[in-house]
Design a binder for this molecule. Sequence first.
Ligand SMILES: C[S@@+](CC[C@H](N)C(=O)[O-])C[C@H]1O[C@@H](n2cnc3c(N)ncnc32)[C@H](O)[C@@H]1O
Ligand SMILES: [Zn+2]
Length: 424
Amino acid sequence: MILLSAKTLSSSPFLLRSSPHPQNPNPKPLSASQALPKSEYRTERGLTFDSGNSFFRHESATGRDLGVLAASLYKKSKGSVRVLDAMCGCGIRSLRYLVEAEADFVLANDANENYGRTILENLSQGLGGSGEERRWVVTHTDANRVMTECYLRRDFYDLIDVDSFGSESSFLRSAYNALKLDGLFYVTSTDGYTSGGHRPHHSLASYGAFVRPMPYSNEVGLRMLIGGALREASVLGYRITPLFSYYSYHGPVFRVMLRMNRGKLPENRNYGFISYCTKCGNSQAFSWNELGRISCPCSDAKVSSSLVVSGPLWIGPLHNASYLTEMLNLAEQWGWTGNDTETHLGKLLKQMIDESDPKLPFGYIKLDEVASRAKINSPPLRTMMSALNKEGYAVSRSHIASNAIKTNCPMAVCIRIAKELQQC
Ligand SMILES: C[S@@+](CC[C@H](N)C(=O)[O-])C[C@H]1O[C@@H](n2cnc3c(N)ncnc32)[C@H](O)[C@@H]1O
Ligand SMILES: [Zn+2]
């Protein structure tokens, strides 16, 4: 693959240079309020920036932390990292990739040209020096167009960040095309309504998965996103593997960091169907060739009408535990893990590492569901976890739901243990 240097890039006719005034081949007149964006100064991880009139959420700081840690690890292992921030908003992500991950180059793009002045001011904070060896460039183009233009120029990136609202599935293919092999794709969806199973034909169109309501729908949202990304990658002869998957209730926001290599759809059980039995509360996974034989052990019938089935989805691990451990070590080194910091990053990363135990299946069990099936009050989470451990089951908390556990213990046994705990 031919890589263009920042020098070549900055002289590209496609790109707007990081000059004091953004240029646009088709400039539109700005209204008075747009021409003068109001300033709104904020601080994140010690960096001051202006969010101006842009779409900005301070709750997304953790998502930005995770992206920056991954970019920094990439740079440490490969020697350099070039980032394409396809929907940069005010440019805070690009700024953090440049300053904290020491990215060698960032292409900061947002379709909204009214953010131009804000982005330029944020990125001008002493970064990249002057001259032609600019470390960053700002463009105002549709994300698909900017990524496709990079692909056509054979200007491939190490990390592509697509922080969209709604569904991101229409950006997958152009992102893969512009990504280097072994590169990282950080993708976001805010489509909680679809992952909740309320629009199965929409999830089918966007992710190729028929998704129905399930008690662990927010984990299904991550699995739907990874599954859709996996299927789209396979069209181009690539395979993706999740390094981490992060759900946050604000939005809600589903974020996954995927590593892309050459390959095909996995033939193992990592991509398939899941079922939830409304009668007994058990969940199971099924591969494609088991499709005609989906039933729950709680019923004698060959086909159980109590089963809700969704898929195909990613049903493999949500995270790579050793990668998360490296992220945690780096976060500790940077002083990002103390409880007094603005996000509880250390706690989150530790929970994600715990839920990476290969013995744990997909989904989680809400203790309220155990209590309601057992007709008792909800048992305390820690007590329930240690009782399950004593009986030899794998168990962890879920970073997705606070009063829930991930476990390989069947629902019927959870109910029996919860009842016994109440009698103690
Ligand atoms: C969720 S916001 C980005 C927030 C930003 N990444 C951050 O961390 O603060 C999504 C951004 O995508 C931009 N956008 C929407 N559709 C786009 C498209 N098709 N191409 C490029 N940018 C787009 C919007 O203007 C908006 O700023
Ligand atoms: Zn059942």
